[in-house]
Each structure stands twice: as structure tokens, then as C-alpha cells.
Design a protein around this ligand. Structure first.
Ligand code: NAP
Length: 189
């Protein structure tokens, strides 16, 4: 299959909880956090795990995430990637926020960009949502350091719609665009 025509989405079973999945990041520092319970370095922690693991991972790290900005990138897709597994009125990001320490701030980001498109290093829009202005400013600076344009969609309640935009990406990949080698963007009027 040609690159860009294969859905960037797979369903698989976990082989066990191996204590990875939280990566700390600053514009000048990206670090994997290999040991369960280790305190992630840096102020921003990118939660780069499937949604099914996101809340358990945040719960396990617990107070090690106190005061951190947690970036939730998950798309809580159903098995056919045409619906969300989260109930109406919530989102992956809001569920992560409930599990995180009260002093942590969750920002939804990166879920509207295909990973392989992000890796191409092109300039594109990164939609974000979150309740804390300082946390969003910090994530926006990180996004800009990657050469992307951060676009704030509002409070964390908007995360559900960003996750819906993740579904939109999948639908466009299947139908309107016909491949998965594109990015969603906003054109100023
Ligand atoms: N791929 C995309 O284009 C894309 C786009 C937007 C958003 N996202 C979101 O990004 C996240 C990651 O997607 P992906 O495509 O990179 O998935 P992936 O290739 O399946 O990688 C997920 C990673 O999470 C680890 N992991 C899963 N459960 C864990 C647990 N309980 N503890 C520790 N580590 C755990 C996996 O470890 P093992 O390899 O050891 O299993 C793997 O390294 C998902 O939430 C997805 O919705 C992906």
C-alpha cells in the first residue's frame, strides 16, 4: 500500500503495563520517562498513549505530575474510527484532567494532526484547548518551537470537538481526500 493511503490507526491489545507512555518535553528538551513512578522532567508532559491507557497512566504517575502541564493527544476512537468511545458531555482530555493532580493543567493538542504528517516537518495548524491560560501559552510556545501554528479553540470542554475533528480527519482520509497525507488548517479571511 502506498504511503499515505494506509489509515494511521490501529486497534491492538496491550501486552501489559510496562511503565512507559509519559514523555516530558520543553522546547529544548524531549525525554522519555522509562520507569514507573519516575518524576517526568520538564514542565510539559506529553501523554503519548492510546486513550484506553491514558487515565491509568496518569493515575499511576499520580503526584509525580503535580504542577505539570499535561498534553493529551488521544483520539478516543471506536474500533472502526467512525465514532468516539467517550460518552456525550466529556472527552478524553476531561477524563485525564479528572485523574490528574489538582495542580496539573491538561491541554488538548496534536490530536488533529496525523503523526506521519507531523513527522514531515511541514508548517501546519495545531488546534489546542484547555482551561488554564498559562498552560496554553506554554504549550503554544512548544508548538511554535516545532514550526507549527497553535490555534486556541477555547476551554477544555472544547476537547470533545477537537476529538471529533480527529474523526473528521479519518473520514476525510477515507472519502473526501482519499489518502492520509494531509493536514487540517484554518485560512484567515
Ligand atoms: N498516530 C496518529 O496519527 C495520531 C494522530 C493523532 C493522535 N494520536 C493519538 O496519539 C496517541 C498515540 O498514538 P500512536 O499512533 O502513536 O499509538 P501507538 O503507535 O499504538 O503507540 C502508543 C504507545 O503507547 C504505549 N502504551 C500504550 N499503553 C501503555 C501503558 N498502559 N503504559 C505505557 N505505555 C503504553 C505503547 O507502548 P507499546 O509499544 O509497548 O505497546 C506505545 O509506545 C493515541 O492516543 C492516539 O489517539 C495519534
Amino acid at each position: 500500500m502506498r504511503r499515505g493511503t494506509r489509515p494511521p490507526f490501529r486497534c491492538r491489545r496491550r501486552r501489559g503495563d510496562r511503565g512507559r507512555g509519559a514523555a516530558a518535553a520543553r522546547p529544548d528538551e524531549v525525554e522519555r520517562t522509562p520507569k514507573p513512578g519516575a518524576v517526568p522532567a520538564g514542565g510539559i508532559v506529553i501523554l503519548a498513549v492510546p486513550y484506553a491507557s491514558a487515565v491509568p497512566v496518569v493515575t499511576r504517575y499520580g503526584d509525580a505530575l503535580a504542577g505539570k502541564v499535561i498534553v493529551d493527544i488521544a483520539n478516543p476512537f471506536n474500533a472502526t474510527a467512525d465514532g468516539l468511545t467517550t460518552p456525550d458531555g466529556t472527552s478524553a482530555a476531561q477524563e485525564v484532567a479528572k485523574a490528574a493532580p489538582a495542580s496539573a493543567h491538561v491541554v488538548k493538542a496534536f490530536n488533529t494532526i496525523f503523526g506521519h504528517v507531523l513527522a514531515q516537518g511541514r508548517s501546519m495548524d495545531a488546534l489546542i484547548a484547555g482551561d488554564d491560560a498559562a498552560a496554553k501559552a506554554s504549550v503554544s510556545a512548544f508548538i511554535e518551537s516545532l514550526g507549527l501554528r497553535p490555534l486556541d479553540a477555547g476551554g477544555l470542554e472544547m476537547a470533545r470537538w477537537l476529538e471529533g475533528a480527529g474523526l473528521l480527519l479519518m473520514g476525510l482520509g477515507r472519502y473526501g481526500v482519499g489518502n492520509y497525507n494531509f493536514a487540517l488548517g484554518v485560512s484567515p479571511g
